[in-house]
Design a protein around this ligand. Structure first.
Ligand code: ADP
Ligand code: ADP
Ligand code: ZN
Length: 214
């Protein structure tokens, strides 16, 4: 099962992707997590990516495409994968299509989680991410059991640098300009599914399970 997640920043892609990965036993590949891991480890890729991420801009395609194509060719992806945060531009979608086509494969499901812009600012302001394991919480909608502590690994919960209100506005503009066109790309490919992302986290997941069949 080869799945991609579409939707604005804060729509709930990561939250759902983690649950899908567990339910269907396929790897969850988040390009945002990969970049944040590189930043934490002080790699050259991390340093380059950070310049763009801090401004709310997309990291250039040439730094993203090969990384993802190499990742999905690893053994653990033989039964499928879930991509979260990639593709984000038409050239990235084309690079993915081409890499899969070479192996006579294609994306099976593009899940578009729809949340209006006016809900997004609130989603981002309340998002808290685990510094250690990347688990995602929300102060109101998915609070951790203990304040500022990750339920999974006890790590410290932080507000991401790029979740500050000024940067969120820029990221939404970038989403509408560069990423939203992917919706019609995958609609044409016949694999698009639109999901209401404004309802409870558990309800969104039930909808997704209906689509994926389980
Ligand atoms: P969100 O969870 O809000 O959608 P992500 O964690 O997916 O954010 O991404 C954080 C940032 O990392 C993006 O704003 C962008 O700068 C960079 N990034 C992640 N994935 C990509 C990608 N596929 N192409 C370009 N930049 C990316
Ligand atoms: P994305 O990966 O699309 O940027 P996240 O999964 O990180 O989005 O979710 C953004 C924030 O919204 C997080 O704080 C998360 O806990 C919260 N959230 C996710 N889905 C929902 C939902 N259906 N209702 C309310 N809050 C949600
Ligand atoms: Zn954690």
């Amino acid at each position: 099962m080869k799945i991609i997640m579409l939707g604005a920043p804060g729509a709930g892609k990561g939250t759902q992707a983690k649950q899908i990965a567990e339910q269907y036993n396929i790897p969850h590949i988040s390009t945002g997590d990969i970049f944040r891991e590189n930043i934490k480890n002080g790699t050259p890729l991390g340093a380059k990516a950070k310049e763009y991420m801090d401004q709310g801009l997309l990291v250039p395609d040439e730094l993203v495409c090969d990384l993802v194509v190499d990742r999905i060719e690893k053994d653990d992806c033989s039964k499928g994968f879930i991509l979260d945060g990639f593709p984000r531009t038409i050239p990235q979608a084309d690079a993915l299509d081409t890499a899969l086509k070479e192996k006579n494969k294609q994306i099976d499901y593009a899940l578009d989680i729809e949340v209006p812009d006016e809900n997004i600012v609130n989603r981002m302001a309340g998002r808290r991410s685990c510094k250690e394991c990347g688990a995602i919480f929300h102060l109101q909608y998915n609070p951790p059991k203990e304040e500022n502590k990750c339920d999974v690994c006890q790590g410290e919960l932080v507000l991401r640098d790029d979740d500050k209100a000024e940067t969120v506005k820029k990221r939404l503009d970038v989403y509408h300009e560069q990423t939203a066109p992917l919706i019609s790309h995958y609609e044409k490919a016949g694999v698009l599914h639109e999901i209401d992302g404004t309802v409870d986290i558990t309800v969104v997941f039930e909808e997704i399970k209906k689509i994926l069949g389980a």
